[in-house]
Design a protein around this ligand. Structure first.
Ligand code: ADP
Ligand code: ZN
Length: 656
């Protein structure tokens, strides 16, 4: 027998090896083998079994040396095929991704910002215990059951997870715990190891070392029960005794991988729980509207924890910067209300967090006189500004484009009144430093990894009270508890609201609630000020106790404009170095799909081709085509047709 293999450390070379008699029984597609290459051995993935060579090769075929043991998870290969089919991709890519660590060098690892963890005696409240009591029988007698836990920030969801993990472990079962970010995974790993010292808690993500990943792999080979914590990878591991999956912060976008194929570990976790017939817990203070919809429609069990275990909810104040009363404010980005609140806060020796929500590079355009936002009337998303020879507004869903007008269509303010760029943290620090010269103001930006260490120091100093005000982006919103922060100010609340995607409102609100949750965690009297350019009902729901109200409204809007969860969505990404080629190819594919749409059998809607918000990455030009379909199956049929079109560009599929 012969095999074609791909080297794990270089994915594009296939090599042929002979399999000696004693290894034949153990080697299958997806097995990792050690093969000789020049004078060393390399790890490689078996991608094809060849019983006999069709013809004699012009060189000597060498023998496979050995194989890596594989955990005894009998459902695993079927699961990998399922995932591959769902994402219209290749199984081998998935095997490659999870087993890549076998050939990784040790490298310098991410620094963890560790917060001290008091170990305390926890007796679950009735609300918490009810959740545990409901889920546990599904662990003991394995059965598929998704459970959505909507617990306000600080309600004690983590305590519920801890109890479940302990109980599953007592049953000899492993748990997979997914968080949307590596830093959060590191914090959970640390917290659980401290608080559950008798249970093996293991990280498996980009910041865990290859050695510790190999240890996890060995434990899986031996069938030892454990808890695997991570972002994308744990749910793709073969785990024989998997008894429970927990997805925390389930609403977050971070579960989607940034590289192709863009697997989403939350989606995969649901597929896995279903296939393995085990319970899955999805927890969040702001559940995704998709999950709330699923709970209604597919009988997911839903729990709500409505009270914070300690502390109170902050009061919320909205300041609309374009109203008459704001006209004479001293600084464009700082209302009198915010300035006064900061002053009061400093007087009481309390701390302030200023938040600038920022995502991506490409922006919508908003009139700073009246708040007008340019939107695509067909797609109900904002238009994105593209600046080349001239400035143009484009819809990156349907491709509609129009020159940037020279005045605001609503209030007729001149072009210089059109805001085309956000405000950065650096600029914000300068502004506040001018207003409060005596205050220690620092920024928290995690844009570059080289700044990780200084970020750790900043967190420590902020906690110690050496910094009065922290100005930051998303990085400050998650996972950190700063007990002395009593004021959170959001400079430009509209920013994410008009990010050009159909779920912009949902994502913006979830983020605002997260930031708002930083104020007054430990005690009453916290305050949140959200400054906005144009008012929207969304801002009233920054009070997280009203989140479900928002979700109902949002669902109605989605249904009216035909977006998920009422349709299935996929994006085709077409990529080539040359703009002419990518345009021609995207059009060629779109034409084929429009023909399918016209036939009307599949009930699909095609939008585009269009320029994505960021349409040039490194040396590639990108275009996209959006597909809406009533079912996953219809979506997959359309994608299949697209993949068959003969084009020069690369075509990637992004589900959802
Ligand atoms: P969440 O994850 O929902 O935001 P946490 O699990 O972090 O909330 O809980 C908030 C705080 O309340 C934590 O300090 C946690 O230890 C504490 N807490 C929650 N439930 C209990 C309990 N039953 N007994 C003691 N402390 C609790
Ligand atoms: Zn459009």
């Amino acid at each position: 027998m012969y095999v074609n293999v791909l080297l794990l450390n270089g994915f594009d070379k296939t090599l042929t090896y002979h399999v000696p008699e004693h290894l034949v029984a153990d080697i299958k597609t997806g097995t990792v083998v050690r093969v000789p290459l020049q004078r060393r051995f390399e790890a490689a993935l078996v991608c094809k079994i060849i019983p006999e060579l069709p013809e004699k090769l012009p060189f000597a075929v060498r023998d496979v040396h050995s194989f890596e043991e594989f955990p005894n998870d009998t459902q695993f290969h079927a699961f990998v095929s399922l995932v591959a089919r769902y994402y219209c991709t290749d199984e081998l890519g998935i095997y490659h991704r999870i087993r890549h660590f076998l050939d990784q060098e040790e490298s310098e690892l991410e620094e963890l910002v560790v917060q001290a963890i008091p170990v305390k005696n926890v007796v679950l409240t009735d609300e918490q215990q009810d959740i545990v009591d409901y889920i546990l029988p599904h662990v003991v007698t394995p059965s598929y059951q998704p459970v959505l836990v909507h617990g306000v920030t600080g309600s004690g969801k983590t305590e519920v997870y801890k109890k479940l993990i302990q109980e599953a472990f007592a049953q000899g079962k492993s748990t997979v715990l997914l968080l949307p970010e590596v830093t959060l995974a590191l914090q959970f790993e640390h917290l659980l190891s401290e608080q559950l010292p008798t249970i093996p808690i293991r990280g498996f993500h980009s910041a865990s070392s290859p050695t510790s990943k190999k240890e996890v792999w060995n434990a899986l080979v031996h069938g030892t029960p454990l808890v695997v914590v991570g972002v994308h990878l744990p749910v793709l591991l073969p785990i024989e005794n998997l008894g429970l999956i927990i997805v925390d912060e389930e609403h977050e976008q971070g579960f989607g991988e940034k590289k192709h194929p863009r697997l989403n570990s939350k989606t995969i976790a649901l597929m896995r729980a279903h296939q393995y017939k085990i319970p899955i817990v999805l927890g969040s203070a702001t559940p995704s509207v998709q999950s709330l919809y699923n709970a209604q429609k597919y009988g997911w069990k839903q729990f709500a924890i409505t009270k914070r275990f300690a502390g109170a909810f902050p009061t919320l104040q909205k300041v609309v910067l374009t109203t008459e009363g704001q006209k004479r404010r001293k600084h464009f980005w700082v209302s009198a209300q915010l300035e006064t609140a900061i002053k009061e806060c400093f007087a009481k020796k309390e701390q302030v967090i200023i938040f600038i929500n920022r995502r991506g590079y490409s922006f919508f355009v908003q009139c700073k006189t009246c708040g007008h936002v340019f939107c695509c009337t067909d797609c109900s998303v904002s238009l994105t500004l593209h600046v080349a020879q001239s400035s143009e507004l484009r819809c990156h869903y349907c491709g509609y484009g129009t020159p940037l007008p020279t005045e605001c269509p609503t209030c007729k303010a001149p072009e210089r009144s059109l805001l085309k760029k956000g405000i950065g943290t650096q600029q914000a620090v300068q502004i506040f430093q001018e207003i409060f010269p005596a205050a220690v103001i620092e920024r928290a930006d995690l844009d570059s990894t080289t700044k990780k260490r200084s970020w750790a120091t900043t967190v420590e100093r902020f906690k110690a009270g050496e910094i009065n005000m922290l100005v930051g982006t998303q990085t400050i919103t998650k996972g950190y508890h700063f007990p002395n922060v009593s004021l959170v100010g959001v400079l430009w609340g509209d920013l994410n609201l008009h990010f050009p995607v159909f779920n912009a409102r949902e994502v913006a609100l979830q983020q605002l609630i997260q930031v708002a949750g930083r104020a007054g965690r430990q005690r009453a009297g916290g305050k949140v000020i959200v400054q906005v350019m144009r008012d929207s009902a969304v801002f009233d729901y920054v009070d997280e106790q009203r989140y479900i109200e928002f979700a109902h409204k949002e669902l109605a809007d989605r249904q009216a404009s035909n977006y998920p969860p009422y349709v299935r969505l996929a994006t085709l990404e077409i990529r080539h170095a040359k703009a002419d080629t990518v345009d021609a190819d995207a059009q060629k594919i779109a034409d084929v799909l429009y023909a399918l749409e016209e036939k009307g059998e599949l009930g699909v809607t095609i939008l585009g081709p269009a320029h994505p918000a960021v349409h040039r990455i490194e040396r590639y030009e990108l275009r996209q085509i959006l597909i809406k379909a009533p079912t996953v199956h219809a979506l997959q049929v359309v994608v299949m047709h697209a993949q068959r079109v003969d084009v020069k560009s690369d075509v990637f599929v992004v589900m959802g």
